[in-house]
Write a protein that binds this ligand. Structure first.
Ligand SMILES: Cc1ncc(COP(=O)(O)O)c(C=O)c1O
Length: 410
């Protein structure tokens, strides 16, 4: 007899389906097939050499033991200084909690703030982990969306402002430089979101993982910089993207100044100690080099990403005859492509059937819209995300040309 041992909440936890695509892609490569990897938001290169050396040195110097639950002091100081300067804010080390990548900042902030039944606004399509944790913690997910314009994707500001006004969420998740649409907030949109959050006393979780992955000359902007926002915002800071350190697992929560024994940042530190004691110490020394050392590596990473972006956008633009529609992504390393017409030509309505058939027939691996939150009622257009961080410009063009030849057969 099967005994059910799992807690009720288990069924509510989501996941990251890009890893599902990766597993299928791996089966093809194991069978000797060529795969064009547009699915994972990871890099085809390792972290810069100076960062590797700092990690090696930390090991050699025996910096391998437990350390402070909130992170090593020099790293907290460096994150505070770097982030404060870029946001024109005073940030002190006690406002920083070093976490195992940026991802725990999502879970830990929601754990610190949410009671069951609390509403949380979050982007959908968006990074799937927000929706996963909101559901897992018994909250009420209140999604907001993005609109396709001739100029790329814009936040549905009206919908977001209306939802905040009507639903009175405890937390609003903002992801400027957005995964998967690459959408960037204008200063006016950012101000409107700040105003409505202040008016409704909502706390903001600002996911700024892609703060450095910008391809145009618009300055970096954080909602925390706006008047009245720092005291109600937790910034998700990540080393993963800027310095290609995805597997090192170092990030940080940067929160309001702690006042008294109870604070959001203090709770992040407590969760650090309850879950993993402290972040891998040698990786923290590597992160210190990343943020304070020579920045040639970060510049090279951005240049490589830009070349892949241009190639991917250019190649997908050539598939207009089969109905693929794309806009040049101004940030992140994702191309959000309208694939309504290709899916119609193939006679496929289901997202899972679509990515699986294309992958198995062509070797082109990508993530469909359904991997970025539950599709919303009334959505008419179909989308897919092509990540260009882990593929060379040449392979990107080859893969997309192959996809084009395939789609033309239908
Ligand atoms: C929007 C967004 N936030 C956060 C993360 C988490 O990154 P990490 O945990 O590697 O810092 C990712 C990773 O892909 C992301 O796309």
């Amino acid at each position: 007899m099967m005994v059910s041992v799992l807690a009720d909440r288990v069924k509510n936890l989501g996941g990251e389906n890009a890893f599902l695509v990766a597993a299928e892609a791996r089966k093809l490569t194991d069978a000797g097939r060529i795969v064009y990897p547009f699915h994972l938001g990871d890099f085809g290169c390792s972290e810069p050499e100076n960062i590797q050396n700092a990690c090696d040195l930390a090991h050699k110097e025996g910096k391998t033991g437990y350390c402070n639950k909130s992170g090593i002091e020099p790293l907290k100081e460096a994150v505070a200084e770097y982030s404060g300067k870029r946001r024109n804010l005073t940030i002190t080390p006690d406002m920083v909690s070093i976490t195992a990548g940026g991802k725990p900042v999502i879970a830990f902030t929601l754990l610190a703030l949410m009671n069951p039944g609390d509403r949380v606004c979050y982007p959908n399509p968006g990074y799937p982990i927000y929706e996963s944790w909101i559901n897992y913690l018994g909250g009420v997910p209140v999604p907001y969306s993005y609109k396709e314009t001739s100029d790329g994707f814009k936040i549905d500001l009206e919908q977001l402002v209306d939802s905040i006004d009507r639903e009175k969420p405890k937390v609003v998740v903002i992801n400027n430089y957005q995964n998967p649409t690459a959408s960037v907030l204008s200063p006016e949109e950012m101000q409107a979101i700040a105003d409505i959050c202040i008016m409704n006393n909502a706390f903001v979780l600002s996911d700024e993982a892609y703060e450095e992955i910008r391809y145009d000359n618009t300055p970096f902007r954080s909602i925390a910089s706006l008047p009245g926002m720092q005291e109600r915002t937790m910034i998700l800071f990540s080393f993963s993207k800027t310095w290609a350190m995805t597997g090192e697992r170092v990030g940080a929560g940067i929160g309001p100044k702690p006042e008294g024994p109870q604070s959001v940042i203090g709770h992040l530190n407590e969760l650090n100690v309850n879950v993993y004691s402290c972040v891998n110490q040698s990786a923290q020394w590597a992160a210190l080099e990343a943020i304070t050392g020579n920045q040639d590596g970060a510049r090279n990473i951005l240049a490589r990403l830009k070349a892949s972006r241009d190639a991917t956008y250019g190649a997908l633009s050539n598939l207009r005859d089969v109905g693929v529609v794309v806009h040049l992504p101004p940030s992140t390393f994702y191309q959000w492509a309208d694939v309504t017409e290709p899916m119609r030509r193939m006679g496929i309505a289901d997202y899972d059937a679509f990515w699986k058939k294309v992958l198995s027939d062509t070797g082109v691996a990508f993530c469909p819209r359904s991997h970025f939150g539950k599709p919303l009622p009334g959505e008419e257009r179909k989308y897919a995300r092509f990540s260009f961080s882990g593929i060379t410009p040449e392979d990107s063009v080859k893969g997309i040309e192959k996809l084009g030849e395939y789609l033309r057969r239908f």
